[in-house]
Design a protein around this ligand. Structure first.
Ligand code: FAD
Length: 287
């Protein structure tokens, strides 16, 4: 964790593009509430295969216009032709967007196949080739390793390939074991990886949803957390209180040990993030 201290800390929120007018209305309220906390930026996910291409872009533009805060679209190469990615990058650039989160993406079951670019390192290389240094490029990192990686060592090697291709910083998959993150960062340092590795944070508010996501993305929910959540049953108030306490303590621990930032997976909701930011005292910080 030694080298992560030197990076300026960033605090950010992630949204997904809304599917319905009602969801869009709710997101507007969420983004206004979270903008008041003065984050460094928002990011907006991108459905693999281009399924949210327009909505991702519109959401980013809307956030920037309404809040005056930077917003970064995610971009995934899964199922896309290089010409399509080139057009998306041109649209982003023409609209003054200068930060992207570059990902491979996941195949929606039964739909599109791989695109022309197979992995995120190839996408980062392509973005650099097409647009030079225009974009600040974020990539994904996996302290508990990517579920499809054959072993930790090859996953580390592939992470380094993204950095060598020109990524400026990374955001991790969420995790609840800070030691997995510390170990991951130490390994990165040994491999000469010298970019900020910001911790992705998933506030715990719903047990069923958390289990579903964690099964899919390979994030481990520690046994003691799972057992406590199960014990609460349908008692949402207790789940929420416990979840906010646990997530706050995780963030405190990471901040104490020099994490270069926190990126909150908000699920388009503001309440838990607001509470955790207030607990951490970062809602009043100057940028
Ligand atoms: P990669 O870095 O390409 O890695 C994928 C797998 O392939 C790993 O197992 C890796 O070890 C292996 N690999 C990598 N490079 C090579 C190579 N050159 N040769 C052989 N094997 C290789 N998904 C979306 O669809 N849309 C989003 O907006 C989105 N946002 C995300 C944001 C964050 C911060 C994170 C952490 C994840 C996000 N995801 C998103 C999920 C992500 O797309 C999936 O986790 C996906 O399975 C991997 O994407 P990646 O960019 O990490 O892939």
């Amino acid at each position: 964790m030694e080298t992560q201290d030197k990076f300026a800390r960033t605090f950010s929120f992630e949204f997904f593009p809304p599917r319905t007018p009602e969801a869009a209305g709710k997101l507007k309220t969420t983004q206004e509430t979270l903008a008041a906390l003065n984050p460094d930026f928002f990011s907006v996910t991108f459905g693999a295969g281009g399924s949210t291409r327009e909505r991702t872009f519109e959401t980013v533009i809307d956030i920037r216009e309404k809040t005056g805060i930077d917003a970064a679209p995610h971009l995934s190469c899964m199922g896309a032709l290089n010409d399509e990615i080139k057009n998306i990058l041109a649209t982003y650039k023409d609209s003054g967007i200068n930060r992207v989160v570059a990902l491979r993406g996941d195949l929606p079951s039964g739909s599109v196949g791989y695109g022309q670019l197979r992995y995120a390192n190839e996408l980062v290389e392509f973005i650099r080739q097409e647009t030079g240094d225009h974009f600040h490029i974020e990539v994904a990192a996996y302290p508990e390793f990517h579920p499809q990686a054959p072993n930790p060592q090859s996953d580390m090697k592939h992470f380094k390939m993204k950095v060598d291709a020109g990524a400026n910083s990374a955001i991790t998959q969420y995790f609840y074991n800070p030691f997995a993150y510390y170990r991951f960062v130490d390994n990165c340092e040994k491999m000469g990886i010298d970019i900020p590795i910001v911790a992705g944070v998933m506030p715990i508010i719903n047990c069923t949803q958390l289990r579903r996501f964690s099964d899919a993305c390979g994030a481990e929910i520690p046994r003691w957390i799972l057992l406590r959540l199960q014990e609460f049953g349908d008692d949402r108030v207790s789940i929420r209180k416990f979840g906010i306490d646990v997530t706050t303590e995780l963030c405190e621990e990471l901040l104490k040990n020099g994490v270069p930032g926190l990126h909150f997976y908000t699920m388009n909701q503001s309440e838990a993030s607001v509470e955790i930011w207030k607990n951490l005292g970062i809602h009043k910080r100057e940028r």
